[in-house]
Design a protein around this ligand. Sequence first.
Ligand SMILES: [Zn+2]
Length: 142
Amino acid sequence: MTALRLSDAQAAELAALGEAAWPREACALLIGDAGLRVSEIVPAANVSTDPEREFELDPAMHIATLRRLRESGGTNLIIGHWHSHPNGRDEPSAKDAAMVSDPGLVWLITAVHDGRALPLRAFRAIQQGDGFGFTPLMIEQD
Ligand SMILES: [Zn+2]
């Protein structure tokens, strides 16, 4: 079974980003290889007009990252993204499910309660009936 693999330092970076943004949602792109090893975290501005309840990755950052990866000619790609849930649950919300446009992407989530990050949880978007759902993904941290 495939697991998302990331380092302790990367997990700590995401916890810090989530705590710094609280009570707003923070978000970042996850760069990695086809084996779901995270090689880089790219923090992105949350450009949502309602950032305490939802996130919208800065599209300019998304495009710039895609271009940089293509020009580098390597095998790394955007494998998914991370966002925080201020005072929320550590799993995708109904709003998240409505946002899925690309099944297969990793959805990494940190719930942040009263400014303190809870452990990371990972999911993968999957096709479900006419829409999309999520399936849990193991995390291997080293
Ligand atoms: Zn969410």
